[in-house]
Design a protein. Structure first.
Length: 500
């Protein structure tokens, strides 16, 4: 526990934007970049990618390092705890960091909830020769390495924002922080913690009026961006088995159907391969009119950068360069495609030998890991059930076709923006970037947001983040854009200062 709170401290009415950005910049450059450099070097993979996470201790290390750093800031009125729960079978759940900071605003009964996570995606391939997932490098304002931008910076930025408020004696509501270590695996461990923290006899979350989630993206690095929606997800492994062992392809092909061809037939039930459109009508939903209007405004800001920001493959032919093409070059449709359209991705495969080891053998099975992104308003649990039945029933050639689900996470559509919140966002963006706040849907999934919207239906949701153009979270060469992160941190402080 840190020092007790002194209620008599003088309070300025407004947070000075210039002083805030100066203080936040000094904190980032003098401390946070160094903390994140150490964090990136630790392979704290999410439990879905590291079954032995408890024994390896990497999640424990990054959580303990973050907790020690928060306590070392000696923020007045702050209390911190690492909470640990177990499953019914006695195995440990991934732990969470929880902190509380007392209100300094007289009569305030509102709580601000700040959220982030410290678990990481796996390594992936294709990193630049001088970079790697666990070898941090700071270059031209970008901190490269896995997890810095998604989402290790969140706890450090949250505390820096609070310090900016404290340094100017600006009254603030009660603030709590919830930092998990299971987000990249679908946050399957998080709900029991939320239930425990909201126990009727000891509600430690309180009356949440504002959620600050720093795990999202940005359309550019030139203004503050508020996330208005998130897609849901249904994932799992689809496996097609036709033989019990591999056989000579010359002997069997033409008689034994290829497991890969059966896989193609099964997936054709789900997706039109010519267009990428998912066929079940229940996987689609109507896009709300206000989201279309916001997407149209954002399309006017970003233009063709919406699709040009991706690392398209290309080839040279006769001195001219041709690039691979997106599904659409219309900026509005591009935004809607990546935020409100269900899409299928195959993110892994099994049953294939490496190319150098691939002999003339007809393989016994093919397995694909499927990632199905769902529109924000589609129920994920129902989609998972429909997906399993669609893929497994009436298998071609009576092959053994199984879909083992990894579960689902329902997406999220932001609640209506209240006048104070909209004004605070715009003022913070203008003060720190010189441009108004932008509004953008995101194609990724943050399972917590749907939980919080259901639990706190009146809360405003400041969902934002540093994952801007080419930051490439989950892929090679992931980076954190430090100049943008500084300004985002300052903007968060300004919005918290305006909470009614």
């Amino acid at each position: 526990m840190n020092a007790p709170l002194h209620r008599e401290m003088p309070a300025s009415a407004v947070l000075d934007a210039e002083r805030t950005l100066q203080a936040v910049t000094a904190k980032w450059d003098g401390d946070i970049v160094r903390q994140l450099t150490d964090y990136i070097a630790i392979p704290a993979k999410s439990p879905g990618f590291d079954a032995d996470w408890s024994a390896h201790g990497y999640l424990e290390t990054v959580l303990r390092n973050a907790a020690d750093w928060v306590l070392a800031q000696k923020i007045e009125g702050l209390r911190l705890e690492i909470i640990r729960l177990s499953r019914p079978d006695g195995t440990p759940r991934t732990p969470v960091l929880f902190f509380e900071i007392d209100a300094t605003r007289a009569g305030s009964e509102t709580t601000v909830l700040m959220y982030g996570h410290l678990d990481k995606q796996p390594e992936f391939s294709g990193w630049r020769n001088d970079l790697g997932p666990w070898t941090p490098k700071y270059e031209d304002g970008k901190l490269y390495g896995r997890g810095g931008a998604d989402d290790g910076y969140a706890v450090y930025a949250s505390i820096a924002a609070v310090q900016a408020l404290k340094s100017q004696n600006v009254p603030h509501p009660r603030i709590v922080g919830l930092i998990e270590t299971c987000e990249e695996s679908g946050s399957y461990d998080l709900l029991p913690y939320i239930d425990a923290l909201r126990a009727p006899d000891n509600n430690r979350l309180g009356d949440v009026g504002l959620v600050v989630c720093l795990d999202s993206g940005a359309g550019n690095y030139d203004q503050l961006w508020l996330t208005t929606s998130l897609r849901g997800m249904a994932s799992g492994t689809l496996k097609v088995e036709i033989l019990t062992e591999g056989v000579h392809s010359g002997d069997a092909s033409g008689l034994v159907p290829s497991s890969f061809r059966i896989m193609r037939q099964v997936l054709d039930r789900l997706e039109d391969s010519a267009t990428g459109r998912l066929l079940p009508a229940s996987f689609h939903c109507e896009v709300p009119a206000d989201r279309v209007a916001q997407a149209r405004a954002t399309a006017a800001i970003l233009g063709d950068e919406i699709y040009k920001r991706f690392p398209w493959a290309h080839y040279d032919c006769g001195g001219s360069t041709a690039f691979a093409l997106p599904t659409t070059t219309d900026p509005l449709q591009a935004l809607l495609n990546r935020t409100w359209t269900p899409t299928l991705s195959v993110t892994g495969a099994e049953g294939f030998p490496a190319l150098q080891d691939a002999g003339n053998v007809l393989r016994p099975y093919t397995a694909f890991k499927l990632s199905l992104r769902l529109p924000p308003l589609v129920d994920a649990a129902q989609a998972v059930q429909e997906l399993k039945a669609l893929l497994e029933d009436n298998a071609p050639y009576q092959a053994r076709v199984t879909f083992a689900s990894n579960g689902g996470a329902t997406g999220w559509n932001a609640p209506a923006t209240s006048p104070w919140f909209e004004q605070a966002l715009n003022d913070a963006s203008l003060a720190n970037f010189g441009a108004p706040c932008g509004y953008i849907g995101q194609g990724g999934t943050i399972p917590l947001m749907n939980m919080l919207s259901q639990g706190f239906p009146k809360a405003q949701m400041m969902v934002c983040g540093v994952l801007g153009p080419k930051s490439n979270a989950h892929g090679p060469n992931e980076f954190l854009h430090v100049p943008f992160a500084r300004r985002l941190t300052a903007a968060v402080a300004q919005v918290i200062a305006r909470v009614p």
